[in-house]
Design a protein around this ligand. Structure first.
Ligand code: F6P
Length: 342
């Protein structure tokens, strides 16, 4: 078989480990051939390929990013996009695809599968918000990066008697904030799943200062204050009426400074959380996903997505991984609340 591989959406540590596992097992065990598609769905759409064999995957296991490049191109949003993909796959003699990506990339894979394209999916996102799998690779790496940053921020916050607001990624789900916050010993954790009361956050911060120790507030980029507080403080809103993404940390630091009279600083971790080498957990998970994906292709088990269930890698229908996002359950959040302000 000749198999195409692509990576779509935001990059994520572990993508190269998946590619390596797919190609290594595909060539060595099954004798398949591979073609790399560049930049997500743009690759098959525009016929952008690159060689993909044993030599190309040598040494890429610890490398972040993706050797294939990525994009958020959606062929269903382009006139004649799907026909073009089918035409290009036929022209290149590609029999099947391995699509590695998040909700959008796998959403495209689901629809292509329904239209007869032979495809299997591998879930990835640092956000860990894909429904069908217990964990996605990239998440553990992002959490470790954020945790290390929080560890470092404790000492500088303490030395200057400041509040440190750490903004982490997570537009719709607060998994990174929750795990990094717990692991880093944050004093307040704010998630998109629950609107927060800025006055209460200020009280937690003050309480923490009373203990002579400077507070660390971890806020997910998609966290929102109570509706009235947004209007009251007249922040820059996006087209959905939410505080502009990426700006919540800065906004919160200003509010806390005004309320507590203590200096506050913001650190936006941003894309640092997505860069660099994957942790051991993410390398193992990506590798196991890759091995299972090439088995699925070899067996002709298309329309499936790889998923972690407990400690097992299983195959589930592609559509199970898309649609509803896996957000943080309220019980998980309340577990962490015991540390707030204390
Ligand atoms: O989905 C992964 C993610 O890193 C989110 O956490 C974040 O909100 C978004 O992608 C950022 O996207 P971009 O790289 O396009 O700025």
């Amino acid at each position: 078989m000749r198999i195409g591989v692509l990576t779509g959406g935001g990059d994520c540590p572990g993508l190269n480990a998946v590619i390596r596992a797919v190609v290594r097992k595909g060539v060595a065990t099954y004798g398949h051939e591979f073609v790399g598609f560049r930049d997500g769905w743009r690759g098959p759409l525009e016929g952008l390929t690159k060689p993909l064999g044993i030599a190309e995957v040598r040494g890429i296991l610890p490398r972040g990013g993706t050797i294939l490049g990525s994009s958020r191109t959606n062929p269903f949003k382009i006139d004649g996009g799907v026909e073009k993909i089918k035409e290009n796959l036929a022209g290149l003699g590609v029999d099947a695809l391995v699509a590695i990506g998040g909700e959008d990339t796998l959403g495209v894979a689901t629809r292509l599968d329904e239209l007869g394209v032979k495809v299997v999916g591998v879930p990835k996102t640092i956000d860990n918000d894909l429904n069908a799998t217990d964990y996605t690779f990239g998440f553990d790496t992002a959490v470790n990066i954020a945790m290390e940053a929080i560890d470092r921020l404790h000492t500088t916050a303490e030395s200057h008697h400041r509040t440190l607001v750490v903004e982490v990624m997570g537009r719709h789900a607060g998994w990174i904030a929750l795990h990094a916050g717990i692991a880093g010993g944050a004093n307040v954790i704010l998630l998109p799943e629950r609107q927060f009361d800025v006055d209460q956050v200020a009280q937690y911060v003050e309480k923490r200062f009373q203990h002579q120790y400077a507070p660390i507030v971890v806020v997910a980029e998609g966290a929102q204050p109570l509706d009235g507080q947004m209007v009251l403080h007249n922040q820059e809103l996006d087209s959905f009426g939410h505080v502009r993404l990426g700006g919540i940390g800065q906004w919160l630091a200003e509010q806390l400074e005004a309320r507590t009279g203590k200096e506050a600083r913001t650190v936006v971790l941003g894309h640092i959380q997505r860069g660099g080498t994957p942790t051991a957990f993410d390398r193992v998970l990506s590798t196991r996903f890759g091995l299972q994906a090439i088995d699925a292709v070899h067996e002709g088990d298309f329309g499936k997505m790889m998923a972690l269930r407990g400690t097992d890698i299983v195959r589930v229908p592609l559509k199970d991984g898309t649609g509803e996002l896996k957000t943080v359950p309220i019980e998980r959040y309340t577990e962490a609340e015991v540390f707030f302000g204390s």
